[in-house]
Design a protein around this ligand. Sequence first.
Ligand code: CA
Length: 218
Amino acid sequence: MRILLVEDDQLLAEGMKTCLKREGFTVNHLDRGSLAVVSMAADPADIMILDLGLPDMDGLSVLREIRQQGHLTPVLILSARDGLDDKVKGLDTGADDYLTKPFETDELFARIRALERRIASEKSAEIVSGPICLNTANHSVTVSGELLTITRKEFMILKALMETPGKVITKNTLETALYSWNEEISSNAVEVHIHNLRKKLSINVIQTIRGVGYRFSA
Ligand code: CA
């Protein structure tokens, strides 16, 4: 799950990034509304957390623009404005939820999990291939009915592969999905996740396409 955080308060943004990453989310951060609009057009995130008071343009204008671009990405508005008017305006403009500052991180996580569930329920919840069943609603994977213990990154890799069976997914695509923009990625990070995933699945369904990427084949 890739989150785009648009927040000009650097201290708050750093804190949110740290705790969201600890929960296993991939977080990219921007402090300008105009950059968020450009970023969403180029490479849409799964969830957007959007501050209303930004230095260059109002958060509501950002929201309006990305909805006009046709993005259905769930947007959680974050704002110090707690007037009912602002909430209504935000939701009317196409926000999915609204969180007033200051907030507890537990509440932030709960709101994001609700958005995750909504995304999952809009898509088909289960991807089944042979004995492997991946459930996007509760983030679980079973092989022949046996529940596997897998990390969030391993889950994301398997999901990406199972969504496009027979197609090669480049290593670069997987890295973009798994890591934040400025995150230091060791050159074999994806290989390590794939290696662990293969061990856990215990059946050979992930093929390595040398120098290119990986392919799921049942
Ligand atoms: Ca602000």
